[in-house]
Ligand binder design. Structure first.
Ligand code: SAM
Ligand code: SF4
Length: 395
């Protein structure tokens, strides 16, 4: 294996929300107004200090505060976490720092403080601008708060804003879904993430399923929505991601290009390449906030990873050579442009021949191609990504 070190990102998980949404299976817990903020900031610092050897000299190219609801933390807490990350690992000069914010009035008051603390990209969880749909989704905000959140973010000085929207919502018509997009487009965000609602296990929607649009309606929403976004200058570059003027989400692109990332916070995942040991490791932190905080305040050592101590384990797993084709392809084939073929060798240690004979067969079926030096899905292949990936599944 001849691995190189890819760019390094940092994911920071904030595991609390005002209320748990009925469709959400993220590691988020109702906070009941008592977030142990300063303990959590300390635990995150300790966590990153433990993980810092895994940076292997690299500085961070991006940070993503995800949740849960990171905007529930105070401006000072976010600024402190960013300062700690800069001190412990270091920043590339053009670092992208994204924070997921919910559109509540309480959160909006903090937007300018988040910007002052170093956040330079805001991702606002709008989901829909339709009050009926927002209610059915169990959201705590309404249409007016959503509209105002974008306005407040702009006035605060954010020049890189993402709006998260979902479609295929309970009782949603094609016209409803398009109205959400038209509204989003009129607010001129740099980026739109447009996800089809999925019903996940361990959610309220799973045990009491809502009435969802039928297949034909879902397909029409997808086609007509994509056309709307394209007409408005939003280029689709990934399954659910659309950017204007190439303002793509650099943090997510690093995941999809099989880059490295540290993950700190309750339940956070990381992926790290260690050329010195010829290996790629996935590691994760203990999931429940209480356990995480306990680990953060003790000196318990629970795992040892080539000299690196994972106090917050969780656990870790070295990726086997057999699993690497699927691990690599399930990321890069999400991108319309795929990724440079040379990344296969640099970032997995594999030669192109390791993808054969399956790749040739998929090429013959016009599902994938090598174009301008990139391994990529065809337009046809993008619609059948699961079929493409299943041929690489390791039994
Ligand atoms: C980590 S989540 C939540 C961020 C923020 N707390 C919020 O709810 O706005 C990121 C995004 O994933 C999307 N999402 C969450 N659950 C989903 C589901 N079951 N199906 C499709 N998209 C989902 C939502 O658009 C959400 O904004
Ligand atoms: S969708 Fe967002 S706000 Fe709702 S529970 Fe999940 S993380 Fe929290």
């Amino acid at each position: 294996m001849s691995l190189s070190l890819p760019p390094l990102s940092l994911y920071i998980h904030i595991p609390w929300c005002i209320r748990k949404c009925p469709y959400c299976d993220f590691n988020s817990h109702q906070a009941n107004n008592n977030i142990p903020e300063s303990e959590y900031v300390d635990a995150l610092r300790f966590d990153l200090e433990q993980d810092s050897t895994l940076a292997q000299g690299r500085k961070l190219t991006s940070i993503f505060f995800g949740g849960g609801t990171p905007s529930m933390l105070s401006e000072n807490a976010i600024a402190q976490i960013i300062k700690n990350a800069e001190r412990i690992v270091g920043f590339e000069s053009d670092i992208e720092i994204t924070l997921e914010a919910n559109p509540g009035t309480f959160e909006q008051k903090k937007f300018s403080g988040f910007l002052a603390g170093g956040v330079n990209r805001l991702s606002i969880g709008i989901q829909s601008f339709n009050d009926t749909q927002l209610k059915l989704l169990g959201r705590v905000h309404g249409r007016n708060e959503a509209l105002r959140a974008v306005d407040v973010a702009r006035n605060a000085g954010f020049n890189n804003i993402n709006l998260d929207l979902m479609h295929g919502l309970p009782q949603q018509s094609v016209e409803d879904a398009k109205a959400d997009l038209v509204q989003a487009i009129s607010l001129a965000p740099e980026h739109v993430s447009w996800y089809q609602l999925t019903i996940e296990k361990n959610t309220e929607f799973y045990s009491a399923p809502p009435i969802l649009p039928v297949e034909d309606t879902l397909a029409d929403i997808q086609d007509e929505g994509q056309a709307l976004l394209a007409q408005a200058g939003y280029e689709q570059y990934e399954i659910s991601a659309y950017a204007k003027n190439k303002k793509r989400a650099r943090h997510n692109i690093n995941y999809w290009e099989f880059g490295d990332y540290l993950g700190i916070g309750a339940g956070a995942h990381g992926k790290i390449t260690q050329p010195e040991f010829s290996r790629i490791t996935r590691l994760w932190k203990t999931r429940l906030p209480k356990h995480y905080l306990d680990a953060g305040s003790s000196n318990k050592i629970s795992a040892n990873l080539g000299g690196h101590q994972n106090v917050f384990g969780g656990g870790s797993e070295i990726l086997s050579a057999e699993s690497l084709p699927l691990e690599f392809l399930m990321n890069i084939l999400r991108l319309n442009e795929g990724a440079p073929a040379k990344y296969l060798n640099e970032r997995t240690g594999l030669q192109l021949t390791a993808l054969e004979p399956e790749w040739d067969e998929l090429e013959r079926k016009s599902l994938v191609e090598i174009k301008e030096g990139n391994l990529r899905p065809t337009e046809f292949g993008r619609r059948f990504l699961n079929r493409v990936l299943e041929v690489y599944a390791v039994s």
